[in-house]
Design a binder for this molecule. Structure first.
Ligand code: ATP
Length: 504
C-alpha cells in the first residue's frame, strides 16, 4: 500500500479584502519529497505557506496531516505537529545573539544549544557563530540562523520561502546537499523559489500558482526552464538584454583607499577599499554575503559617516561626502536601494504613497512644507504602473505587498528620482523571472542614458549579464577591477574565496 501523503490540502482559500490570495487550492506533499511551489510575484505562494504554518487562518479548506484531519491554528501548533518554516522576511530579534534567538523557541541550557548550533552548522554547511549578535550578521548569515533554528525543532516538513535568494553560488550547492540529506532522513520540504534551474536540480514535484489558483502540477525534471516559465507567467519570456560596450563619462563616485573599523566587533572591517564609478557604466560588487558588503553599503549611503577630515575617502560628483548624511548625499543626485526592503527600503506600516515621500519629496511632492497629496499619489501611481507592481494602489500598506512586488516598488521609486548615481544592493532579490528581466533591462537602460550604476549582488549570473566591470569583496578587501566581458566566472569565484590575490 502507498504510504499516506504527509500533507494534503483541499480547497484552501484566503482573501485579504478584495484580493483572493489563495482560491480553492489543492496540494499534496508526499513523504520524502522536495516539492516546489512556483509562481510569479503575488501569485499567492507565501500566503499558502502561512496557512500551512498556522500564521494565517484560511477562510475555507481542509488540512490532512499524516492521514488525520487537523486545524493549523498557530505556528506553535504547526511546530508541535512537525512543521517548520523559514521566512522570506526574517523573524529574528536583532539585539539578541544567535543562541538567544534560538532559545526563544527551543528549550535547553545555552551551552548545549550553542554546541548543537555548531554541530548542525558543520553537518549542513550552515556555519554561524552562536554568540554573534544578529544585527551584525548579513542577510545570508541570518538565513542560516533561521534554518538552524528550524532544524532544531526536528520537523517532518520544512517550508523554505526563497531560501537561495541571498546565498552565494557555493552556498546554494551546500544548502541543496543539506536539503537532500534531510529528505533522505525522512523530512519533506516545501521549496519556494523563482530560480527554475534550482527547482529542476532539487525538486521531484512542482505545483504552479497563478493569480491565487493552481495552474499546473508537474515533475520539474521533465520540463525545461522555458516551459516552466511559460506555465508560471502565462506567456513567453523576453530574452535578456546584454550590456553592449559603451563609452563612459566622468567619475561620479570614488572610494580612495577607504579604511573602516566598525565599532561592532562582529561587523567586517574594510581595508584600503578603492573604486571609481563613471557616468554611463555599471560596476558590480560580487562576493559571498558577510564579507563587508553591509558595511560598504552603509558607508556609501551615509548611514555610516566619517569625520569631516576624512571627507574625501568617499567622493560623489567630485565632492568629498564621507561626512555627509544620507539626505545630503541624495541632494547631490545619489539614490540607493538597500538590501533590506522592509525597515530600510520601506516602512511596512506606511502606505506606498507615504513611502514615496520618504525619498521622492524633492520632486515637488511637498508644497510650502505641506504634502501635496495629489502629486504624491501621481508619483506613486506612475511607479506602480511603470514597474508592474501588483497592488491595490497608492493607498496599500507597504507591508501588505508580496515581497517581490515591494522590491519592484522600491526599485521604481529610486529609478524615478532620475539620479546621477544609483546604488542598488540585490536588485532582483525575491523578484520573479519576468520582473527580474525587466529590472535588469531598466538598469542597463539607465547606464545607456549616462547614469553611473553600482550594484552589489550575490548572483554572479546577474552581474555578468548587466555589468561592464566587476570587483569582488572578500574579508573587507576589494579586488582590482575585472572586465566583465573578458573574465570567467571561475576567476571571480577564486576572488570570492580569497584564492586569487595571492597569484596576482
Ligand atoms: N497581509 C496582507 N494584506 C493584504 N494583502 C495581502 C497580505 N498578504 C498578501 N496579500 C496579497 O495577497 C497576494 C498574494 O501574496 P503572496 O505574498 O502570497 O504572493 P507570493 O506569491 O508569495 O509573491 P512573491 O513571489 O512576491 O513573494 C498579493 O496580491 C498580496 O498583495
Amino acid at each position: 500500500m502507498e504510504p499516506a501523503p504527509l500533507l494534503t490540502l483541499r480547497g484552501m482559500t484566503k482573501a485579504y479584502g478584495q484580493v483572493v490570495a489563495n482560491d480553492a487550492i489543492d496540494l499534496t506533499v508526499g513523504q520524502n519529497s522536495i516539492h516546489a511551489i512556483l509562481g510569479e510575484n503575488g501569485a499567492g505562494k507565501s500566503t499558502l505557506m502561512k496557512l500551512i504554518y498556522g500564521v494565517e487562518t484560511p477562510d475555507a479548506g481542509e488540512v490532512v496531516w499524516q492521514g488525520n484531519p487537523v486545524q493549523l491554528t498557530s505556528p506553535a501548533e504547526a511546530r508541535r505537529l512537525g512543521i517548520g518554516m523559514v521566512f522570506q522576511h526574517f523573524s529574528l530579534f536583532e539585539t539578541l545573539t544567535v543562541v538567544e534567538n534560538i532559545a526563544l523557541i527551543v528549550a535547553g541550557p545555552k551551552a548545549a544549544l550553542a554546541a548543537r548550533i555548531r554541530e548542525l552548522g558543520q553537518d549542513f554547511g550552515l556555519d554561524v557563530d552562536p554568540f554573534a549578535h544578529v544585527h551584525s550578521l548579513s542577510v545570508g548569515e541570518r538565513q542560516r540562523v533561521e534554518i538552524i533554528r528550524c532544524l532544531m525543532t526536528e520537523p517532518k516538513l520544512l517550508i523554505l520561502d526563497e531560501p537561495t535568494s541571498v546565498l552565494p553560488p557555493q552556498a546554494v550547492g551546500l544548502l541543496f546537499d543539506t536539503l537532500r540529506r534531510l529528505r533522505d532522513r525522512g523530512v519533506s520540504i516545501l521549496f519556494i523559489s523563482h530560480k527554475l534551474d534550482e527547482i529542476q536540480a532539487l525538486c521531484d514535484c512542482a505545483t504552479i500558482l497563478r493569480g491565487g489558483r493552481v495552474t499546473g502540477r508537474v515533475d520539474p525534471r521533465a520540463h525545461d526552464a522555458h516551459d516552466l516559465a511559460r506555465m508560471m507567467i502565462g506567456r513567453d519570456m523576453p530574452p535578456p538584454m546584454q550590456a553592449e560596450p559603451h563609452p563612459v563619462g566622468e567619475v561620479r563616485l570614488e572610494l580612495a583607499a577607504l579604511d573602516h573599523a566598525p565599532d561592532d566587533p562582529f561587523a567586517v572591517g574594510l581595508s584600503a577599499v578603492s573604486l571609481r564609478l563613471h557616468a554611463g557604466e555599471i560596476l558590480g560588487i560580487a562576493g559571498i554575503s558577510g564579507n563587508g558588503q553591509a558595511e560598504l553599503a552603509k558607508l556609501l549611503s551615509g548611514e555610516t559617516r566619517l569625520s569631516a577630515a576624512r571627507c574625501d575617502e568617499v567622493r560623489l560628483m567630485g565632492q568629498g561626502v564621507a561626512h555627509l548624511d544620507p539626505a545630503a548625499r541624495r541632494a547631490l543626485g545619489f539614490a540607493f536601494v538597500p538590501e533590506e526592503r522592509l525597515g530600510r527600503g520601506a516602512v511596512p506600516e506606511m502606505t506606498l504613497a507615504d513611502n514615496s515621500l520618504l525619498t521622492a519629496h524633492p520632486l515637488g511632492l511637498l508644497k510650502r512644507g505641506f504634502i501635496d497629496r495629489r502629486r504624491e499619489a501621481e508619483f506613486t501611481a506612475a511607479c506602480i504602473r511603470d514597474f508592474d507592481v501588483r497592488t491595490s494602489g497608492p493607498d496599500a500598506e507597504a507591508g501588505a505587498l508580496s515581497g517581490g512586488n515591494l522590491q519592484k516598488f522600491i526599485m521604481g521609486r529610486e529609478i524615478s528620482l532620475r539620479p546621477k548615481v544609483l546604488f542598488v544592493a540585490q536588485p532582483t532579490w525575491g523578484v520573479d523571472i519576468g520582473a527580474a528581466t525587466a529590472i535588469r533591462q531598466r538598469l542597463v537602460q539607465m547606464r545607456n542614458e549616462g547614469v553611473a550604476v553600482l550594484v552589489i549582488s550575490e548572483e554572479l549570473e546577474e552581474l555578468f549579464e548587466i555589468c561592464d566591470r566587476i570587483q569582488v569583496i572578500h574579508k573587507g578587501h576589494l579586488s582590482p577591477s575585472l572586465d566583465a566581458r573578458n573574465t570567467r566566472a571561475e576567476e571571480i569565484g577564486r576572488w570570492m574565496i580569497g584564492a586569487a590575490g595571492v597569484a596576482a
